[in-house]
Design a protein around this ligand. Structure first.
Ligand code: CS2
Ligand code: MG
Length: 398
């Protein structure tokens, strides 16, 4: 079997997605997600101009060799653009191999280790009443675990709290931040949530890279009475050593890694068990092949998976994640923010979301297709992620 065509499809059914479609001389096709929120066009160019020409005429069965050739052959290794492009190829080739085998992908990854995949959903509110309504809405959808994000007193636009319409996307929205106000208010939010919803509900929170190690240590300690499932991205973790300080001060479980794209980003964090969950997504970590290796490394240190699953991971990336989630032993939890109805139409899929749990389905391959005609009716729209500034105007981590 040979690869005879590979197309990059850029579509925007409510938000931008980059999809690679690989075609073989025997008519079998495979899909991969290459969506990099806010930098989609960089990956489109990398794929179209530098990767697709290298794929034509190659054997789609040689997944590992193709992966190594794209990773080592680029010379300039790692990074979100490169690894998203490689991920799309890797996933498309796994899709093809599983389709030819007539098996759902998870069967090629060792078969099912569980019956279904537990998820967590997003709840947010500018204030406590709005937050409670959002939590109740997620509970009504069956989510067994809920991420809680709220406004911060004195701030207008804060991460994770919907603040209505945003500009046309031609330039980043500027959000504002005040770490002191955040640290003073968040424990009270979780106290109110526990008072209202009780001690059993699984709660998570995303600090979204904004704290210094000592601030993260303080927050982790202050949240201990509220028994969080995890505190996520408590500090920008390029400085992996900084997590040693956090770990010394708190038993609140830590989740890190959605912006990481190779195992080297985790070496200290996993090797010294400084975290409890690894957060990388198939799409941003180079595909199924390297992510399953990361999970094996994590398992040696009793660390579990928690694949990143916001709405900017396309249904193709989500389908690949769910197959991995079902198969690996050290599964932790799967983030699932869902997608718009139109997105589900553009990407018809076999995976199901029922009462807070996902299942990949039994269709051969990933179990997902791309309606290219519908996709073409919704062209790319320029869109940036927000940026964050402190009260004095200093740029801060978003
Ligand atoms: C967030 C993401 O879901 C999460 O944990 O960190 O929503 C993140 O903000 C976006 O994926 C950025 O594109
Ligand atoms: Mg996050």
């Amino acid at each position: 079997m040979k690869i005879v065509d590979a197309r990059v499809v850029l579509t925007s059914p409510g938000r931008n997605f980059v999809t690679l479609k690989v075609e073989t001389d025997e008519g079998v096709t495979g899909l991969g997600d290459a969506t990099l929120n806010g930098r989609e066009l960089a990956v489109v160019g990398y794929l179209r101009d530098h990767v697709v020409p290298l794929l034509l005429g190659t054997d789609p069965y040689r997944i590992e060799d193709t992966w190594q050739a794209l990773y080592r052959g680029a010379y300039w290794r790692r990074g979100p653009v490169t690894m998203a492009a490689i991920a799309a190829v890797d996933v498309a080739l796994w899709d093809i191999k599983a389709k030819v085998a007539g098996l759902p992908l998870y069967q090629l990854l060792g078969g099912a280790s569980r019956e279904r995949v537990r998820t967590y959903g997003h709840a947010s509110g500018r204030d406590i009443p709005e937050l409670f309504d959002s939590i109740r809405a997620r509970l009504a959808e069956g989510y067994p675990a809920i991420r809680v994000q709220t406004g911060v007193p004195g701030l207008e636009r804060v991460y994770g709290v919907h603040h209505g319409a945003t500009p046309d996307g031609a330039r980043p929205v500027v959000e504002d931040w005040d770490t002191g106000a955040y640290l003073r208010s968040l424990p009270g939010v979780f106290d109110a949530v526990r008072q209202e919803f009780g001690p059993e509900l699984t709660l998570l929170h995303d600090a979204h890279h904004r704290l210094t190690p000592i601030q993260a240590a303080r927050l982790g300690k202050d949240l201990e009475p509220y028994d969080l499932f995890w505190l996520e991205d408590c500090t920008p973790a390029e400085n992996q050593d900084g997590l040693r300080l956090v770990r010394r001060h708190t038993t609140t479980p830590l989740a890190i890694g959605e912006v990481f794209n190779t195992v080297f980003d985790y070496q200290t964090l996993v090797g010294e068990q400084l975290i409890d969950y690894v957060r990388s997504a198939v799409t941003h970590f180079g595909g199924v092949s390297p992510l399953r290796k990361l999970f094996d490394f994590a398992a040696q240190h009793q660390i579990k998976s928690a694949i990143h699953g916001p709405e900017d991971i396309s249904p193709v990336g989500m389908a690949a994640a769910i197959h991995l989630d079902l198969a690996i032993h050290n599964f932790g939890i799967q983030e699932y923010a869902g997608h718009t109805p139109l997105t589900h139409e553009v990407f018809p899929h076999a995976y199901t979301f029922t009462d807070g749990y996902l299942h990949p389905g039994e269709a051969p391959g990933l179990g997902i297709e791309l309606d290219e005609e519908l996709a073409s009716a919704h062209p790319y729209e320029p869109a940036y992620l927000p940026i964050n500034r402190l009260q004095d105007g200093t740029i801060h981590d978003w």
